[in-house]
Ligand binder design. Structure first.
Ligand SMILES: C[S@@+](CC[C@H](N)C(=O)[O-])C[C@H]1O[C@@H](n2cnc3c(N)ncnc32)[C@H](O)[C@@H]1O
Ligand SMILES: [Zn+2]
Length: 1023
């Protein structure tokens, strides 16, 4: 980069971040309960404050499907504004890292950066001094703002903040999280919402209490099916015989007794242990429990003939709901019976125990009454029933559609639906009244009630699970990590009117009022209070703007060259389809807020083909792909358009801060190309901790990517590379001094970052992509080259350069045989050259080193590390020799490590023991790692001293050039240095030449001897 431009325009974020602190804070912010003691202690050590693992969180307002840590957002934004000249102390103080955190700690007893206020005065001072502006003159844009962490923190720092979302659910969340508190804190937003919430809860109780059993907290429903042979009613559920194993409940057992004459059953709960359930199952089939029948039939899965009993259940449920809701069918006793036989209220939870309800007349009656109420009040409730079709485009909900549930209201039982419709109606009435008095302010108040309603709905569907060991989770929660809407055997219904539970839990007025926000269990009001406290008296309301708009068309509604910082965390390829999942909530929100939708949407609507009256959320231009390879090219098309638009609205000296996590090379290509083609130079890439390890990553104990990369983009001029031959672009690039020097410098600064951030091997691999992008982005395209050429060469050079010092360290220090500096240098140089020129060596050796060596310390691992598929795939592609190539030459092997997990291990001498004889050996000789392995074996097993052995090898391998031998021998040395004793294949009991001779020695001594002999032999082949 041109030093003078960087000097003038450089920002702190290009050279410095408080990596350790921010990563530590972020992992605690997102980690919640699952966090290790060590991390907490480390936190205490670094910040001298206990970390906060309780307290209000932004996500308590509403589920969003990819929330990022606020601390990281704050640090990145401020660092993108100020120049590197800023004093570190003042900068940390401004962020809230020292005083802010201790003040929060005094208030709460423990703290996190999120709870610490940024220091406004110091922020203003350093922004004036190191950006020559006031914070109000700095505009920060997040064009894909989701749940709002980035704009919230920008507003807290006092910057002018613009947040954009394509999704109407996210748009409402954004307004509620950032804009309304910023605008209306002083006008009493919290106080008014608290008042409205209390009235809401009160009305809900009055209108709905009668439909639930007095003491019930939750109901567990079985799905009732009929035996196709005897017609007996069978309650399908998974809670028999033990209802729960969770320790917070009393142990309770379910006893079901069948009456074959009645074709029905009775259910009791008891404390006496029952050992077995009544319904035997085998695969997808179950056995009829009725005496005298006992026939097997298919319950679920793909029907072998006709329909399965489970399919039949969904079919009948949909028919029942449709006839009531759309067919206005009167509720006859037959229909009552039908409902009770489909939705079997089996047990209710009361405190820490369970009681059977199926034979409880009064419970049955209340449930039946709710059906009558739904039917009787249908006309008034009509506009609050989610009658909308489940869109055929919704992949996530397609499991509902495939079960005949074609409309959203079919996801509820009659009581659940009655409750949702009535609660929606109360909110709509409240909204209308408040808005008529106070306009947008009133609509804002109602929005919080609607968000709380969503939470309750989330726990009240026929797909809400009973998780016996923990508790229940609703749709929104199971949305995390699950790719489809999932129906199990039983489902849970939450009683909405109880004190402290459900609706009151969703809003939590008491905690919010109490001054003890740490007592929150996740309600809306405590976090609203926190946000209002944050914005009270600071007057930034007019600085915050939220739009419903399309990030791929930014320039149609934002001014060109108007933005100072774009801080954005876009969708990551195929990982989450936001439109699909949010569509569960939209039919609820748009009804509950119907009277104020226009008020909420109209002024800020920047989408052309969508309005708030639409039953579906927009999908057309959502930046996402439906498969990992982006076969349709959808992601790459929209992502490129998006980056292009950012460059239009960003000022010439503006900063793009782009978050990205994805393990595939394909995703990285798209991102890199988009940035390059739109003129961005990437001075820096940071690894940042942004989410908890997913369940999958935890379950499979192998390395996977844990961090996000944050890519910094600038509109710097590019440098020209001289003397690049159009005939041999790649070759001349690799030898170009300026290019090589840039690679060296960039890799060295990445190395520091890797150590400081404790990056896993998978994170390191991702950082290699980023580092290569950083290198490639600085240069103009040489004549005759494409960006891919430039990027490929950069990756190659980065990988070789990164491993070189590591190899040298192994050879001289950490490996079992310590070589002299000169020899080591010679070998390291040979290997680096081999990696540069040969894709197979590059890919294989990188994976081998990851598996065998701790990259940070160069120490040899006792146990090889199993590698995750994504990592092997990524490194393979990165290096130009993919997983299939590696497999074809047996350079890698796949092992099952548990039921679902596979791990990959690079092979060394094991590859020689595979069957296939000479043809197989010939094949191995075609690739450098195979040849190196064969050389290693020869060096171990030929007879004589090292010189004699080397001569034999030369003679036997005379068809290869000295160059080839030298390079493969060097590779063989590093493999021998990093392999374990037992992998060398020597057992004392073997009567091979050496072990026979040294039979008095133990295995490790023999291994050492053999290793040393072999390495000395090989060294003679290297020049
Ligand atoms: C990774 S999420 C952002 C999460 C956010 N940073 C947070 O912490 O909650 C990406 C967001 O991009 C939005 N999005 C997708 N396509 C878009 C488009 N064309 N314009 C604007 N936003 C879009 C999605 O709806 C989603 O909320
Ligand atoms: Zn039967």
């Amino acid at each position: 980069m041109h030093a003078d431009v960087v000097e003038k325009n450089g920002r702190l974020v290009e050279s410095f971040l408080p990596l350790r602190e921010v990563n530590l804070d972020a992992i605690i912010e997102v980690g919640f309960k699952g966090l290790s003691k060590e991390k907490r202690q480390e936190y205490l050590k670094v910040f001298r404050v206990k970390p906060m693992v309780i307290g209000p969180r932004l996500r308590n307002l509403h589920t969003w499907f990819a929330r990022r840590p606020c601390s990281t957002a704050r640090v990145l934004t401020l660092s993108s504004v100020v120049k590197p000249t800023v004093q570190r102390d003042a900068y940390l103080e401004a962020l809230g890292f020292s005083k802010g955190i201790s003040v929060a700690a005094r208030e709460y007893g423990s703290a996190l950066l999120f709870y610490a206020k940024p220091d406004k005065a110091i922020t203003e001072k350093i922004v004036r001094e190191h950006a020559s502006k006031t914070p109000a003159d700095v505009t920060v844009l997040d064009p894909m703002a989701g749940g709002g962490s980035i704009p919230l923190e920008s507003a807290r720092l006092g910057f002018r903040t613009v947040a954009i979302e394509y999704n109407p659910v996210a748009y409402l969340i954004l307004r509620a999280s950032v804009e309304f508190p910023a605008k209306y804190a002083d006008a009493g937003l919290f106080e008014e919402t608290l008042k409205a919430a209390k009235m809401f809860i009160q009305r809900a109780r009055e209108e709905l209490g009668q439909y639930y059993g007095e003491d019930a907290e939750n109901y567990i429903f079985a799905r009732g099916v009929r035996c196709p042979f005897c017609g007996g009613l069978i309650p399908i559920q998974g809670i028999e015989p033990i209802i729960t194993k969770a320790s917070r409940f009393k142990k309770r057992f379910l006893k079901i007794t069948y009456d074959k004459d009645e074709k029905s059953f009775s259910a009791q709960t008891t404390d006496k242990p029952i050992l077995a359930g009544t319904i035997a199952k085998r695969g997808n089939n179950i056995r009829c429990p009725y005496e005298g029948c006992g026939k097997w039939f298919q319950l679920r899965g793909r029907a072998k003939s006709g329909v399965t009993a489970f399919d039949q259940w969904f079919h009948e449920h949909a028919k029942l709901m449709e006839s009531i809701v759309e067919g206005f069918a009167p509720v006859t006793s037959e229909i009552e019976e039908k409902m009770l036989n489909l939705h079997i209220p089996l047990v209710k939870q009361v405190g820490n125990t369970f009681h059977a309800v199926w034979d409880d007349e009064s419970e049955r009656k209340k449930f039946v009454n709710s059906l009558h109420a739904l039917s009787n009040e249908l006309l008034e409730l009509q506009s609050f029933i989610p009658l909308d079709e489940i869109s055929l485009d919704n992949v996530w909900a397609s499991t509902a559609r495939s079960k005949n549930l074609s409309k959203w209201y079919m996801l509820y039982n009659p009581r659940q639906l009655l409750v949702i419709a009535k609660l929606s109606k109360i909110i709509a009435e409240t909204a209308e009244e408040l808005a008529s008095k106070n306009g947008e302010f009133g609509a804002a108040v109602a929005t919080y009630l609607a968000l709380a309603l969503d939470k309750v709905v989330d726990y009240n569907t026929i797909a809400t699970k009973w998780q016996g060991s923990t508790f229940k989770t609703g749709i929104g929660n199971t949305l995390r990590g699950e790719s489809t809407l999932d129906f199990r055997k039983e489902y849970v219904e939450m009683v909405t009117t109880l004190p402290k539970r459900s609706l009151e839990w969703a809003l939590e007025p008491d905690t919010a009022e109490s001054n003890k926000l740490t007592k929150t269990t996740g309600g809306v009001l405590p976090v609203l209070r926190f946000l209002c406290d944050e914005f009270r008296g600071v007057n930034v309301g007019s600085y915050v703007n939220v739009y419903l708009g399309d990030a791929t068309q930014l320039s149609t509604f934002l001014e060109a060259n108007s933005i100072d910082v774009i801080n954005v965390d876009p969708p990551y390829f195929e990982q989450v389809i936001y439109s699909d999942r949010s569509e569960f909530f939209w039919p609820i929100l748009r009804r509950a807020l119907a009277p104020v939708l226009e008020l909420l949407f109209k002024p800020n609507l920047k989408l052309k083909n969508w309005t708030w009256t639409s039953p579906t959320v927009p999908r057309e231009r959502e930046v996402v792909t439906y498969d990992k390879e982006d076969t349709q090219g959808r992601f790459s098309k929209f992502f490129k358009e998006f980056i292009k638009e950012t460059s239009k609205v960003l000022k010439e000296d503006g900063v793009l801060t782009l978050w990205f996590t994805h393990p595939t090379a394909k995703a990285w290509r798209v991102v890199s190309e988009s940035l390059y083609e739109n003129g961005y130079v990437v001075p820096k890439v940071w690894p940042l901790q942004t989410e908890m390890k997913t369940r999958y990553k935890k379950q499979v104990n192998i390395v996977a990517q844990e961090m996000s990369l944050v890519i910094i983009g600038r509109k710097y001029p590019r440098q020209k590379l001289l003397e690049i031959s159009p005939q041999d672009v790649k070759g001349s690039l690799i030898e170009n001094p300026l290019f090589t020097k840039t690679v060296e410098e960039t890799v060295e600064s990445t190395r520091k970052v890797i150590i400081e951030s404790n990056a896993s091997p998978a994170d390191t691999a991702a950082l290699m992509f980023g580092t290569a992008l950083s290198v490639a982005s600085r240069f103009e395209l040489p004549i005759g080259a494409t960006f891919q050429d430039l990027y490929d060469v950069a990756i190659t050079a980065v990988v070789s350069r990164y491993t070189k010092p590591l190899i040298y360290q192994i050879l001289t220090k950490t490996g079992p045989i310590k070589l002299e500096e000169k020899t080591a240098q010679k070998i390291a140089k040979n290997i680096a050259q081999g990696m540069l020129l040969d894709p197979a060596t590059r890919s294989y050796l990188t994976l081998w080193l990851i598996s065998r060596v701790d990259l940070a310390t160069a120490k040899i691992r006792q146990e090889p590390l199993g590698l995750h598929f994504d990592l092997v795939q990524t490194v393979g592609k990165l290096c130009g020799f993919g997983i299939n190539d590696l497999k074809e030459y047996s350079l890698i092997t796949e092992k099952k490590i548990n039921k679902t997990g596979k791990a990959y291990y690079p092979q060394f001498l094991e590859m020689l023991t595979l069957p296939g004889g000479q043809t197989y050996l010939d094949k191995l000789l075609q690739v450098a790692p195979g040849m190196a392995t064969i050389l290693a074996r020869m060096a171990m097993t030929e007879s004589g001293d090292p010189t004699a052995r080397a001569n034999t090898i030369k003679a036997k391998m005379s068809m290869y050039s000295d160059r080839e031998l030298s390079s493969s021998a060097a590779l063989a040395v590093i493999l021998l240095e990093t392999t374990r004793d037992q992998d060398l294949g020597y057992k004392v009991t073997d009567k091979t030449k050496i072990t026979g001779y040294f039979s008095s020695m133990d295995e490790s001594d023999i291994a050492k001897l053999v290793r040393e002999l072999a390495i000395k032999t090989l060294t003679q082949l290297i020049f």
